[in-house]
Ligand binder design. Sequence first.
Ligand code: SF4
Length: 314
Amino acid sequence: MKKELKIYLASPRGFCAGVKRAIDIVEKSISKFGSPVYVRHEIVHNKQVVEELKQKGAIFVDELSDIKDGKRPVIFSAHGVPKSVPEEAKLKNLSFVDATCPLVSKVHRESEQLNKNGFEILLIGHKNHPEVVGTMGQLPKDSIKLIETKKDAEALNVNDFKKPLAYITQTTLSVDDTAEIINCLKRKFPKIKGPVKEDICYATTNRQLAVKKIASKCDMFFVVGSRNSSNSVRLVEVAKKAGCKNSQLMHSEKEIPLKDIDKSDTIGISSGASAPEKLVQTLLNNIKKDRKVSIEEVVVAEEKVVFKLPKELN
Ligand code: SF4
């Protein structure tokens, strides 16, 4: 007889509005312009999504210089691009569609506005993440200083800044870790200006809240998502911090640790904003082969956000 296993399923989980829009943009571009269409960088950080889009006629490139046929359109990924990229595309006469998530574009506009109003800008985020590269690239080199950790914030020298100071953040950070960094900045620079509406997006916040609610009840916690997906990796950290030490990222190369699951009575499952729901269902079906599963979905928020497609595709 199969042993019982309780599974808490976090909700919301998986695709956010920005990811759905970006995938839609690639699919609609293929139907409107025919294949192939080029996509600069992974459209969203998920291998399966990228593979499926390749099958449909997308060619993924690292840089515009890798595009072999300049008559085909190119799509910019959901993470956003430095200003130099559309500029280069225009110089090369490439037609392009920008799939940058509107919530990332919001941070881009904030940086421009702050710069225009004479602020020095700190960006809280992870070095080399495409979103950070894109945000820093909205302004001339060295206009934005990157803060990755609380230690970085502590090391700032009050006298280093001649102009008023402001901060912006990456959209997919840990809500709690970022709050610590912001508190540290506010202690050091009481007049520092922050965004009117915070930059960490609704999807990141909701997914972390749902994980926090269930992680402490679980012997193991799985986050379905890719290794380069910032918000998926953050969910694993959040689950660990919330009390489930054995929290793991279920990326495409990882085998399901069925032996460990066998020793567990309760597990939790969530997925990053770029992970398709079918991967969660595959994980559940595999677990169900060995265990008598009862699933409780824990819903912390209803998401109704939908972003419009760019005008080129309407
Ligand atoms: S995680 Fe947030 S910022 Fe990133 S694509 Fe989704 S909605 Fe946009």
